[in-house]
Ligand binder design. Structure first.
Ligand SMILES: [Zn+2]
Length: 339
């Protein structure tokens, strides 16, 4: 049990970091006594912090729905510090790719024990899309009717990987990207200069998690700039040069971001970049990489290729999700983008 149902090891941040999602938060607060919830939406939107916030809210001594949420009652304080005895996080163990049926059964068993001090015990399953089908089936009855005083929140970024029977037993809250203006204001509040904040918010595409990483990790932005240099050089380059560029990209280093997390950024950044090329072709003004306009204009002249490049990136995204070796993936990607 202790292996699976753990207090989350990563810090949650701060209630001040809970930005956007006003409509969904109001819907949550007014939503009544639904005991199984599904929080769905792209990674980095703050869904885990939102789940913690809702877990705090249902037990809070002086609940309100407003933002910023600054409650300092014992429940809210403990939830934020990850030390609340009645808020559990079911998370994948390091090095494991899925959450299995054994873990699901342990969790169910645990739900029948009485909460320590809270009105509602809150159990948050992170990355619910990683529950195996068997584990999802094992949870069906519990999701349908959790034992008294329990609230389950499934957090997932790929809703389609959940069984329809799981989806239908939860009240679904879909979270959408946060508005640029709100992201920019939030970053500025953290001391980020206005021009960088606009750039980071643009590339983050509505994800506070991504925007914060860019601001806190200058090496990340620099690495992505090197990637874009390589992408600009790639079309029509020699085979040797293409492989050199792929190798250079593979050896990019950003402290704190291991290979696969950096790969996600590389694919995200390249997609945003080629979408900018499309926007330049269409004469649109609102582009993310304004500081690279000249290079974008050059690429925009290769009209017929841009859609193909985006398609190639979508393929690479799928390979990345299927855990394909990073070197092979980058070589394949660069060879296709070279044509
Ligand atoms: Zn409170």
């Amino acid at each position: 049990m202790e292996e699976v149902v753990v207090q989350q090891a990563l810090p949650l941040g701060n209630w001040d970091d809970l930005i956007g999602h006003q409509a969904e938060r109001r819907r949550l607060v007014r939503g009544g006594a639904f005991a199984s919830l599904l929080f769905s939406g792209p990674p980095g939107l703050g869904k885990r912090l939102l789940a913690a916030w809702y877990g705090a809210h249902v037990n809070c001594h002086q609940p309100g729905e407003g933002a910023p949420w600054s409650c300092d009652c014992p429940h809210c304080r403990l939830v934020l510090k990850n030390t609340h005895p009645d808020v559990y996080w079911m998370e994948r163990a390091a090095g494991k790719l899925s959450l299995g049926v054994g873990e699901a059964r342990e969790l169910i068993h645990h739900l029948y024990l009485r909460p320590y001090q809270a009105r509602s015990r809150v159990c948050i399953i992170s990355e619910a899309e990683r529950l195996t089908d068997e584990a999802q089936s094992a949870l069906l009855k519990t999701l349908e009717e959790p034992p008294d005083s329990n609230l389950l929140i499934l957090v997932c970024s790929q809703e389609s990987r959940l069984l329809p029977t799981v989806q239908s037993r939860c009240r679904i809250h879909r979270f959408r990207p946060v508005e640029d203006a709100e992201l920019i204001g939030w970053l500025e509040g953290k001391g980020c200069p206005a021009d960088s904040a606009a750039r980071y918010a643009g590339l983050a595409q509505g994800s506070p998690g991504k925007a914060l990483q860019l601001w806190e990790q200058p090496a990340l932005w620099e690495a992505l700039e090197q990637l874009l240099d390589a992408l600009g050089e790639l079309p029509g380059s020699s085979l040797g040069r293409c492989l050199e560029l792929a190798a250079k990209c593979e050896t990019l280093k950003v402290p704190g971001l291991e290979g696969r997390a950096l790969l996600e950024w590389i694919l995200h950044s390249a997609q945003a970049y080629f979408r900018d090329v499309l926007l330049v072709q269409a004469g649109a003004l609102h582009i993310i990489h304004r500081h690279r306009l000249k290079q974008l204009e050059q690429l925009a002249q290769k009209k017929s290729r841009v859609q193909d490049w985006l398609e190639v990136l979508r393929e690479s995204q799928e390979y990345a999700e299927a855990n394909v070796n990073v070197r092979l993936l980058l070589q394949d990607l660069f060879l296709k983008l070279r044509k």
